[in-house]
Design a protein around this ligand. Structure first.
Ligand SMILES: Cc1cc2nc3c(=O)[nH]c(=O)nc-3n(C[C@H](O)[C@H](O)[C@H](O)COP(=O)(O)OP(=O)(O)OC[C@H]3O[C@@H](n4cnc5c(N)ncnc54)[C@H](O)[C@@H]3O)c2cc1C
Length: 379
């Protein structure tokens, strides 16, 4: 069986891993992997910064966090995972606060020393005017959880910068992703396993793509003529581009980073969010703090990245699917077209192929499911 994998990112790497497992090996599979970029790893790509000797995550910091045993086992089969807890801070004109919003944040903002019961009562009072059983949008939902002060200080400006629209135009579902706790837990994630690989993520891709049955071609963009040579094509690029934007473009937000060097440690934390509109960027990350196992000595120089967000133009990298109603209608048309007999060899997979925001563990789980499906169908 010959498979063309379009995209050398996590979706195809993990799919190759699962298809190569012993239980599937009734038939040998040959994989040609292509990627239009000059490197493997997709958005999980990491490299060592020559100037400061720290590992940088080129497409934004990637913290592996999951409850999935399958995903955790997969990542540990290739990488040395170190525990990492993301303790984000927020910088606002009123000071530096603990994130995600927790009891410490609330006490800091209001200058109080409430215990949990007092905070429950307090939150009840400040959210009462906004409480609703039927929140119409993101803003309604957040106001009903947080009240106006916390919402204005930490959520409104950040969300507007991140999505480029008024938060009242975003669907209520976006609010589900933001944790809020009435205790002092400031761990950004709630997941059972949280870590960062010592050697960076690129090592995983090097291992998987060096398999004897894998042939890799970088700097190679998919073209329709390629398909005829293969039994199956796993396409992890954008589905709208595959169909030449026939039904219009699916909208994405993109992020870009400004690289800076400071003499000595800069901000003293892995991530600090800038939550208000007086700063045009959303957050700053300092990679030195993503490697706490290395040492805790200040370096002479430290690299840090300032992150900006904008709507994706044709030449930008599509990162976060916006998924407004018009996008979902278009997606539906593309997905219907993809089911036509003519495209029966094609499988749209991964973050861009499915037009969904997927964390790494979700991509790995999707690959495990897809591998089962491919094997069942091919026998
Ligand atoms: C800023 C940011 C931060 C993130 N942080 C985290 C995090 O902390 N934790 C977490 O779990 N997840 C995180 N993620 C999600 C993670 O990056 C994805 O889950 C993962 O990269 C998805 O892998 P993929 O293979 O589907 O897509 P990608 O990594 O995007 O790979 C797709 C590849 O296909 C190639 N390609 C596309 N079209 C073509 C074509 N026509 N021809 C040839 N090649 C093509 C692209 O060049 C790309 O290399 C983050 C994502 C972003 C954007």
């Amino acid at each position: 069986m010959k498979v063309l994998c379009v995209g050398a990112g996590l979706a195809n790497a993990s799919l190759i891993h699962f298809l190569n497992q012993k239980k599937f090996q009734q038939e040998e599979i040959f994989f040609d992997v292509i990627d239009k970029r000059k490197h493997i790893g997709g958005n999980c790509y990491t490299e060592v910064d020559e100037e400061t000797d720290v590992t940088i995550h080129k497409y934004g910091p990637h913290i592996f966090n999951t409850n999935s045993e399958i995903a955790w086992e997969f990542i540990n089969a290739y990488l040395t995972m170190h525990p990492f807890t993301n303790r984000v801070k927020a910088s606002t004109p009123k000071g530096i606060f603990s994130m995600p919003i927790n009891l410490h944040t609330i006490n800091q903002l209001y200058g109080k020393s409430m215990n949990v019961a007092e905070a429950v009562e307090f939150m009840d009072k400040i959210t009462a005017p906004y409480r609703t059983n039927d929140p119409k949008n993101f803003e309604d939902t957040m106001l009903s959880h947080l009240g106006r002060d916390l919402y204005k200080e930490f959520i409104y400006g950040y969300t507007k910068k991140q999505w480029g629209v008024e938060p009242s135009e975003l669907p209520a579902a976006v609010a589900k992703r933001l944790p809020f706790r009435l205790n002092y837990n400031d761990n950004y994630y709630n997941k059972k396993y949280q870590g960062i690989p010592e050697e960076g993520y690129t090592a995983l891709f090097e291992k998987i793509f060096s398999d004897k049955n894998v042939h890799l071609s970088l700097d190679t963009t998919y073209d329709d003529y390629m398909a005829s040579d293969y039994d199956s094509i796993i396409y992890t690029g954008t589905i709208d581009q595959f169909f030449n934007f026939e039904f219009g473009r699916l909208s994405y937000r993109t992020v870009y980073w400004e690289r800076n060097i400071s003499n000595g440690i800069f901000q003293g934390n892995a991530v600090i969010n800038y939550t208000t509109e007086d700063k045009p960027f959303t957050r700053i990350n300092e990679p030195f703090f993503f490697e706490p196992w290395k040492n805790d000595l200040p370096k002479s120089n430290s690299v840090y990245f300032t992150e900006f967000s904008k709507l994706t133009d044709l030449e930008d990298e599509p990162y976060y699917p916006i998924r407004r109603t018009e996008d979902l209608n278009r997606l539906n048309l593309y997905e219907k077209k993809a089911k036509l007999e003519k495209y029966s060899k094609f499988i749209f997979h991964g973050r861009l192929g499915s037009y969904r925001y997927l964390d790494m563990d979700m991509v790995i789980e999707a690959s495990a499911r897809l591998a089962e499906k491919i094997k069942t169908h091919s026998h």
